[in-house]
Design a protein around this ligand. Structure first.
Ligand code: 3EB
Length: 340
């Protein structure tokens, strides 16, 4: 009998992320694995998965026949916990957590967001994984007004109010992030944190989001443009949601093709700058690199896909989601995890 080839050992790495068909996940032994960190599912009205690890449900529909699931696997066994409303798993190097909350009437979105972030920061401190690397936030009706303020701006206010409690230097260690709008009730936040800090990066073509001027809301968005983390032999580059913003201003309102071209310029500039300062060359088409794209208008999908496949490579995994973007004049946003 020919032995099944063993997965290549990657000493010093911590986890791997991939898009998998849900059928494969349900059929295979993956579900019972003690190395499953988390599963992220996309779409509305999902039936439960018989699975012990944290599951995040993101109510954004994918542009594909069978929506893939995002599977996070550890190189070493994980411990799964559920505390303070956070479902989380950790492996000695990283901690992955999920929080899903309902919004109830008397509590405004800024107060709810502040609570959610405080709970997360507190848990990470207690568990000994105090360094947030990357966060994903999904909020209902992100561009709608509530009490006279856009809900994204309320979210930014609440997030800022939680982070500022970390001290006056909090902006130097902010995680990379994505924040997108759904049409379903509730808020889903998931995140990855580590025992040892990563290195945040800013984009040379853009004003840091945490320094956006007040015309974009009472408090600036608290995130970094990218986070780099080295794990022994392997390195991750977490690209935050990136859009057609130069300086602090939206470019090419109404034109998805130009917005995407500008977005790709932004990504290349950030990668070049990071490569020079970290001495690591992150490639979109490297093994294990993967991407996610938020598209506001369904009709833009074919063009967006055509341009991105050309830019990122035919075989690079890209998940396309129909979602609202933080600024109402943005039509497309690209994020990714690069592995080197
Ligand atoms: C931008 O660059 C576009 O508030 O968490 C991108 C990524 C955006 C993350 C966030 C917002 C966020 O300002 C919007």
């Amino acid at each position: 009998m020919i032995p099944f080839p063993k997965a290549r050992q990657r000493p010093g790495s911590s986890f791997k992320v991939s898009y998998l068909s849900e059928t494969l996940l349900r059929d295979g032994r993956a579900l019972e694995s003690d190395k499953l960190i988390a599963v992220v599912r996309y779409g509305a009205g999902l039936d439960p998965l018989p699975i012990a690890c944290p599951v995040a449900s993101v109510a954004l529909p994918a542009f594909s026949q069978e929506t893939p699931v995002e599977v996070w696997t550890s190189t070493t066994p994980v411990t799964v916990e559920n505390r303070n409303g956070i479902r989380y798993a950790f492996n000695g190097q990283t901690l992955f957590g999920v929080l899903e909350v309902e919004e109830s009437d008397p509590v405004s979105l800024d107060a709810l967001t502040c609570d959610v972030y405080k709970i997360i920061l507190h848990l990470l401190e207690e568990e000994g994984y105090p360094h947030l690397l990357r966060m994903w936030n999904y909020i209902q009706d992100i561009n709608e007004d509530q009490n006279g303020l856009e809900r994204y701006r309320l979210f930014c206010l609440g997030r800022h109010n939680a982070f500022v409690k970390l001290g006056s230097e909090f902006e130097r260690t902010l995680p990379a992030a994505s924040t997108a709008g759904t049409r379903e009730a509730g808020m889903t936040v998931y995140f990855i944190a580590s025992r040892e800090p990563g290195t945040p990066f800013e984009n040379p073509r853009q004003v840091s989001a945490y320094r956006y001027p007040p015309k974009y809301g009472p408090r600036s968005p608290s995130f970094s443009r990218a986070m780099v983390k080295h794990w022994g032999t392997q390195s991750h580059f977490f690209l935050a949601g990136t859009a057609s913003i130069i300086g602090h201003e939206t470019r090419h309102a109404g034109d998805v093709e130009r917005q995407l071209t500008e977005t790709l310029h932004n990504i290349r500039a950030l990668l070049k700058y990071t490569a020079e300062s970290e001495g690591v060359d992150f490639q979109a088409d490297a093994v294990e690199s993967l991407f996610k794209v938020y598209i506001r208008r369904a009709e833009d999908f074919p063009l967006v896909r055509q341009i991105l496949v050309r830019e990122l490579g035919e075989t690079t995994p890209i998940l396309y989601l129909r979602g609202d973007i933080c600024r109402s004049d943005l039509l497309v946003e690209v994020e990714g995890i690069y592995v080197a």
